[in-house]
Structure formats: structure tokens, C-alpha cells
Design a protein around this ligand. Structure first.
Ligand code: ZN
Length: 237
């Protein structure tokens, strides 16, 4: 572990999924003070909001957990109404004509980063941490590092203060994200991410699979299960 008395503080964009749970663990190792922000934009599944609390509670009990501060949930239901998609309405998950899955919420990360930066400004954080990743989600243009770089510059100019957006998962695939969790906190952290984080688009939490809870067939579950299998295959038994 690289815990060389960090002096920075960060606000983690935290949905309660595998990616943001791993990002939160990463930030707790790297920053002296860490707070979390979640966005309620009318997701179908309240289970995601519960997963946020469960992940936070588990990470607070680990080494470094004393650095975990307040949690904020921002109501973006107005945005959710604009950005209606399979995540926010009862529509099938399918590819649309542009080749993007119907779960794509237009400009979601632009909105989240803007709102998060205002909160970070008020709370005295110079760093935002987000789980954006261009490896598995190349169809999502607002997940790409080029977009994040442009946002970082716009926010720094618009707030007239240095804003850094850290994206530790940007170039990792889902298997490598499990490996990162293991590197950060060994089997214990992997188990926390596996059992408390929530990824499934359908909000299914009935059965605990190797890779965690979920329906096992939606695109999010398939990606998570595939990543788990790839990571397990890469680890000596
Ligand atoms: Zn699922």
C-alpha cells in the first residue's frame, strides 16, 4: 500500500457499482479526506441507492476508512426526465441506430461532473474521482479521457480554481478492475466489492453469483461476470 501521508482531499462520484466502489477504495488510499456524491435521476432501481450505503459502510470499517467523510445525494430527476432511456424508463436494452446501447444517457458524465464540481468547490475539494472508462464502454463518448480532459479544463476555468478529475479505471477492462481491487485491499476488498456493489440494470439481487448479485443476462451483468472470469483465470489458484 502506498500511504505516504496524503494531503489532498477528493470528492468521489459514487453510484454504488463495481467501478465506483473500486474508485472509492482507491481514493481512500490516495487522499487524506474523501467524500462521496451520488445522483438520483430517477433510476428504476432503489437498490442502487442502498448499495451505495452498503459499500460505504464496509469501506469505512477497513484501514483508511477513517478518511471517509460525508455522503451527498443530489436530486437530478429533472435531468433524468430529459435523458429518458432504458435506465430511467421501461424500455428494452438494445442497440439504437447510432450503435449505442439504449442504456446510454446522453451527456450524463458532463452533467455529473458539473454538479459534482460545484459541490466540491463548496466542500473544499480540488479533486474529483470518477469511474469513467473508455475500455469497455467505447460507445459512450462522455466516458473518454479526451472528454474528461476538456471538462477538467472547462471546470477549472469556470470555477477559477484548479479542478483535477482523476479516472483510475480509464484504461482498465473489467478484469483489470477486479485486479485493482485486489491490489488495493486483497481478498477482503474484493469480497466487499463482490457482495455489496450493484451493477445489474434490472436491479436483481436475488442470487449471489461468483461475480456478485445480478440477473446474469443484462449487458451490465454479462460484462461484470466476464471481467470476473478473466481476472480469476489470470490468478494462480
Ligand atoms: Zn443484470
Amino acid at each position: 500500500m502506498t500511504t505516504q501521508s496524503p494531503s489532498t482531499s477528493a470528492l468521489v462520484l459514487f453510484s454504488g457499482g463495481q467501478d465506483s466502489a473500486t474508485c472509492l477504495a482507491w481514493a481512500l488510499e490516495r487522499h487524506a479526506r474523501v467524500e462521496t456524491v451520488g445522483f438520483d435521476y430517477g433510476q428504476r432501481h432503489r437498490v442502487e441507492m442502498q448499495a451505495r450505503l452498503d459499500v460505504r459502510e464496509a469501506l469505512a470499517a477497513r484501514p483508511g476508512g477513517e478518511r471517509l467523510g460525508e455522503d451527498f445525494v443530489v436530486d437530478l430527476s429533472g435531468y433524468g426526465a430529459i435523458a429518458e432511456s432504458a435506465l430511467t424508463a421501461e424500455r428494452a436494452i438494445e442497440m439504437d441506430a447510432s450503435g449505442l446501447p439504449s442504456t446510454f444517457v446522453p451527456g450524463r458524465n458532463l452533467v455529473f461532473l458539473t454538479v459534482a464540481s460545484a459541490l466540491a468547490y463548496r466542500r473544499g475539494h480540488g479533486v474529483l474521482v470518477g469511474g469513467m472508462c473508455e475500455t469497455d464502454y467505447s460507445g459512450y463518448p462522455d466516458c473518454r479521457r479526451a472528454t474528461i480532459d476538456a471538462m477538467q479544463q472547462a471546470l477549472s476555468l469556470g470555477l477559477d480554481t484548479g479542478v483535477t478529475v482523476e479516472t483510475p479505471l480509464m484504461y482498465l477492462d473489467k478484469g483489470e478492475t477486479w485486479a485493482l481491487a485486489h491490489r488495493l485491499g486483497g481478498d477482503e476488498l474484493v469480497e466487499i466489492v463482490r457482495t455489496t456493489s450493484h451493477t445489474c440494470y434490472l436491479g436483481e439481487r436475488g442470487e449471489l453469483h461468483d461475480w456478485g448479485y445480478g440477473c446474469g443476462t443484462c449487458p451490465a451483468c454479462e460484462l461484470r461476470a466476464k471481467g470476473w472470469a478473466a481476472w480469476r483465470a489470470s490468478v494462480p489458484a
